[in-house]
Design a protein around this ligand. Structure first.
Ligand SMILES: Cc1cc2nc3c(=O)[nH]c(=O)nc-3n(C[C@H](O)[C@H](O)[C@H](O)COP(=O)(O)OP(=O)(O)OC[C@H]3O[C@@H](n4cnc5c(N)ncnc54)[C@H](O)[C@@H]3O)c2cc1C
Length: 607
């Protein structure tokens, strides 16, 4: 019997980013006791990194905007495999959630007449992103944290949950360890909300923080819940690739917006070589026109560097794969070339792109006013996650809810920028509301029985890396091998033979992970934490690979060079992965329910 502290809450929220905080606030407001667990310190969740803004059809800057346009934009962006009910709720409710955030103290940028300012973003027809400079996520977290802290929520910081506990079908709690002291903790709960974010650390190059190891996805999967849409991973075209310590950090699209161009090792602007037919009429066919567009000439068409993120990412990968990459395995992004056009180019670059200037100067010793940057696509977001009911956010396991990036549905095959922060608010609130309702209801009954055997087994599994000791496999080596493999075989451009190889590699990596060992003791031991993360990373990687093999077409973030076209027949289903009875991963397809006529009409009207 392991030694552990015990806590009891009506609703336990795992994750303190935007989704988790919003869920905790709502559950607490419903009068139930709430516990909030997070791996890092409160206020440090990944959401703080969000920059551009929160998408909500407030119509403050363009009064043609409304929920219908936002709904249609989201469905088009997701290439029509979204959960249309979630997309509808999101578009309808996001404005209220943003106004509520404002009422709780968020200091949004303002229009001249004092309303919340909104900016343009890819895929949104009108200026729609409520923002606070380029630190919107920080302001969101600050506001939710300030508000939540006064609601009597119990926060358990620097604590990692390793398993959910069940009584029969239903979830009745969670078990984890304190990162600092290594002690175990048991949480009894009548309902659990997962708000654990994404999976980016399964890839070598990612803009995601260390927290993104697919924990919530795996906790749900192990508890018997369905995962959905795991093949849809979003790759942003420009992340830093050198030095290794900063690999994946985002390089804003603004660099290309100000005239930055992409070149291969032969100095060629390769984006001109591959302009998709449906964008040809809107895209410049020569360098001069592209340059004029970036300088505000309304008669000019956009340069091909500003085509959609998925397309630019794929072109970059093609250059690298065909041997025309930069020395560190990316391509060149050059803004310094504008000195040929502007006498005061260096000054302009420093003024318009101050953070990029500092980012490269300080982290890579590159002066972007004089030399090109090396960039490559970076894993940015996962559209897939826990399959939930659109209205309540409950998963297929009673009492288990999910919201935010770890839940699936709203984004379909591709997320529009800004739609994540609004998703956190809309569905975080709903998850908290319905988890509280579940906790109070007869369905939750009395507090479920905690099965001591489940706890013993979880504790034993967690301690196995110490039993194997430092002579076991080094956990970081297994993690690096996994990241390298996922990047190469299940990355931006995929095909069946490579993904089948990925599954073989995953089986071998699982064997290595089972041999992973660590030395030292349980007090702040990152090697131990990395060893425990491996199970999560391997599970989400397998779900991504299996789903991607099953989707025999290209759609949104999922591109296969062996099936490069979109297949209309594949628009009718979502792909599910779940744990089979024998413990292996099952892949299933579920039909997308027919869209109600009034929503179909909205899409038609907005075409
Ligand atoms: C650089 C960057 C910029 C972005 N900019 C924007 C933008 O402008 N607009 C936009 O809409 N989106 C943006 N995104 C995406 C957006 O930031 C994320 O999708 C969103 O913040 C996810 O929020 P979340 O609440 O789901 O999870 P998070 O904010 O990541 O929170 C996850 C929480 O779960 C906890 N957790 C995880 N696992 C466990 C565990 N096992 N036990 C206990 N706790 C756990 C973590 O500690 C953390 O508290 C950006 C992303 C990046 C990387």
């Amino acid at each position: 019997m392991p030694d552990y502290q015990q806590h009891e809450h009506d609703v336990l929220v795992i994750g303190a980013g935007g989704a988790g905080l919003r869920a905790a606030i709502e559950a607490s407001a419903a009068g139930v006791s709430v516990g909030l667990v997070c791996k890092s310190l409160l206020g440090k969740a990944h959401t703080v990194m969000a920059e551009g803004g929160i998408a909500a059809a407030l119509a403050n800057v363009d009064d043609r905007d409304n929920w219908k346009v936002h709904f249609a934009d989201t469905m088009r962006g997701g290439q029509y495999v979204n959960n249309w009910r979630m997309a509808e709720l999101h578009a309808r409710e996001a404005p209220d959630r943003v106004r509520e955030l404002e009422a709780w103290g968020a200091m949004f940028d303002r229009t001249t007449d004092g309303r919340i300012l909104q900016r343009n973003f890819g895929g949104h027809r009108y200026p729609r992103l409520a923002h606070v400079g380029d630190r919107t996520g920080l302001e969101m977290i600050r506001t939710l944290q300030d508000h939540g802290i006064h609601q009597g929520i119990d926060v358990h910081m620097e604590c990692t949950i390793v398993t959910l506990l069940k009584d029969g079908d239903r979830v009745v709690g969670a078990f984890g360890y304190e990162r600092e002291r290594g002690r175990f903790k048991l949480f009894r709960a009548r309902a659990v909300v997962l708000a654990t974010g994404g999976v980016g650390r399964a890839y070598k190059i990612t803009s995601n923080s260390w927290e993104y190891t697919g924990d919530g996805h795996t906790l749900a999967y192990d508890a018997g819940a369905d995962l959905m849409d795991m093949e849809f991973v979003q790759f942003h075209p420009t992340g830093m690739i050198w030095p290794p310590s900063v690999c994946g950090i985002l390089v804003t699209e603004g660099v290309r917006g100000e005239g930055g161009v992409l070149r291969n090792s032969q100095g060629r602007r390769f984006m001109f070589d591959d302009i998709p037919e449906n964008y040809r009429a809107q895209t410049a066919d020569n360098e001069d026109e592209g340059w004029r567009y970036t300088q505000g000439d309304k008669s000019a068409r956009r340069p091909p560097e500003l085509l959609t993120r998925d397309h630019v990412s794929r072109c970059i990968v093609r250059e690298i794969k065909e041997g025309r990459g930069s020395p560190h395995g990316g391509v060149f992004l050059d803004i310094s070339w504008i000195k040929a056009r502007l006498p005061n180019a260096a000054e302009v670059i420093r003024k318009k792109l101050p953070s990029m200037y500092h980012q490269f100067k300080q982290l890579a010793d590159i002066d972007i006013t004089r030399e090109p940057m090396e960039v490559g696509p970076t894993t940015h977001y996962i559209m897939g996650g826990v399959r939930v009911n659109a209205d309540t956010q409950m998963s297929t396991v009673p009492g288990l809810f999910a919201a935010g990036e770890c839940a699936a549905g709203i984004n379909g095959a591709n997320r529009l920028g800004g739609n994540s922060l609004s998703d956190l608010l809309v569905f975080g609130k709903r998850a908290g509301e319905f988890a509280a309702q579940f906790a109070k209801s007869e369905k939750a009954g009395t507090n479920g029985d905690i099965d001591v055997q489940q706890i013993d087994a979880a504790a034993q599994r967690a301690l196995e890396p110490f039993e194997r000791g430092p002579q076991g496999e080094a956990p970081y080596q297994v993690q690096y091998a996994l990241q390298e493999m996922m990047q190469n075989l299940v990355g931006i451009v995929r095909n069946e033979p490579e993904m089948t190889r990925a599954l073989e590699c995953l089986a071998r990596l699982r064997e290595r992970a089972a041999r992973a060992g660590v030395g030292g003791n349980r007090e702040y031991n990152p090697g131990w934490h990395a060893a425990l993360d491996l199970h999560n990373l391997l599970t989400v990687s397998e779900a991504i690979a299996r789903s991607a093999i099953d989707r025999r077409e290209s759609r949104g973030g999922h591109f296969r060079d062996d099936c490069p076209e979109k297949d209309a027949a594949c628009a009718s289903f979502n792909i599910i992965t779940r744990k089979g009875r024998d413990g292996s991963m099952e892949v299933d397809r579920v039909s997308i329910p027919p869209m109600p006529e009034e929503l179909k009409k909205v899409i038609e009207e907005m075409k």
